[in-house]
Design a protein around this ligand. Structure first.
Ligand code: SAM
Length: 243
């Protein structure tokens, strides 16, 4: 295993998608702040607020990357609870682990290399599962949603934070210009990697819109599925409950 993470075999196609993140891992947090103008912090804070996380709970942050949500959850669940930061990419996981440990988060966080499509956990394990800006990178999204549903406890909540469809024309035009012109330029300047950021913009456009994702969650066996748009639909937070 790399860096002592538990490792699972991943097929070639999945590995290719995941590899995009090897090249950006070291600069990921900086790029996130620059590209979103810091607004991703607000989106994540709202997600934490909506989670209702309590002391003692067991939480999975899949595609958790550098651990922004994990760090906040670790504080909320306390020493009696547990948070698993899981990601398919060991470079992202290593950056996340180092950041959390250096920031004083320890004791109730575990790090697991895992593919969202086939989660290596027992049925009915988690009170809350979050996947933030991760689902659009997953090849088989329906399989991932089913896998997350399986490992949730009955009554447990899935929260999908993801780019979505902007809700008005002016914003859409501005946003398109930003993501197909400014974003790759920034990627080139800062990370010397325009390609990864072009992939980012494309993956955002390909991602199912609000209603479609909601239907996919229902098809995966979740109930009470709903979504909340943020920043005019640039991002949506979907939630669903395991019956
Ligand atoms: N959740 C973090 C955040 O909000 O800052 C990281 C988001 S980052 C844009 C997307 C993450 O998804 C990457 O760390 C990538 O390695 C991970 N990822 C991509 N495909 C995955 C899969 N099939 N299973 C698990 N993680 C995956």
């Amino acid at each position: 295993t790399h860096f002592g993470f538990r490792q699972i075999p991943v097929d070639e196609k999945v590995r290719h998608v995941a590899d995009v993140f090897h090249s950006v891992a070291g600069k990921y947090d900086l790029m996130n702040d620059l590209m979103s103008g810091g607004v991703h912090r607000l989106w994540k804070r709202i997600t934490i607020e909506r989670s209702g996380a309590r002391p003692g709970q067991c939480i999975l942050d899949i595609a958790g990357g550098t651990g922004d949500l994990t760090r906040k959850f670790a504080r909320l669940v306390g020493p009696a609870g547990k948070v698993i930061l899981a990601d398919i990419n060991d470079s992202m996981l290593k950056v996340g682990r180092d950041k959390l440990i250096n920031g004083g988060t320890a004791g109730n966080v575990e790090y697991v290399q895992a593919n969202a499509e086939a989660l290596p956990f027992a049925d009915n394990t988690f009170d809350i599962i979050t996947i933030a800006f991760g689902l659009r990178n997953v090849t088989d999204k329906d399989a991932a949603l089913r896998s997350m549903q399986r490992v949730l406890k009955p009554g447990g909540k899935l929260m999908v934070l993801e780019f979505s469809k902007t809700q008005n024309l002016a914003l859409t035009k501005l946003y398109d210009f930003y993501s197909f012109n400014i974003l790759p330029q920034m990627g080139k300047l800062i990370a010397n990697d325009a390609e990864s950021y072009r992939y980012l913009a494309e993956s955002i456009r390909m991602h199912p819109d609000q209603e479609t994702l909601k239907e996919m969650m229902e098809a995966a066996g979740l109930v009470n599925c709903r979504f909340e748009n943020m920043t005019g639909g640039v991002v949506a937070l979907h939630t669903g409950i395991k019956p």
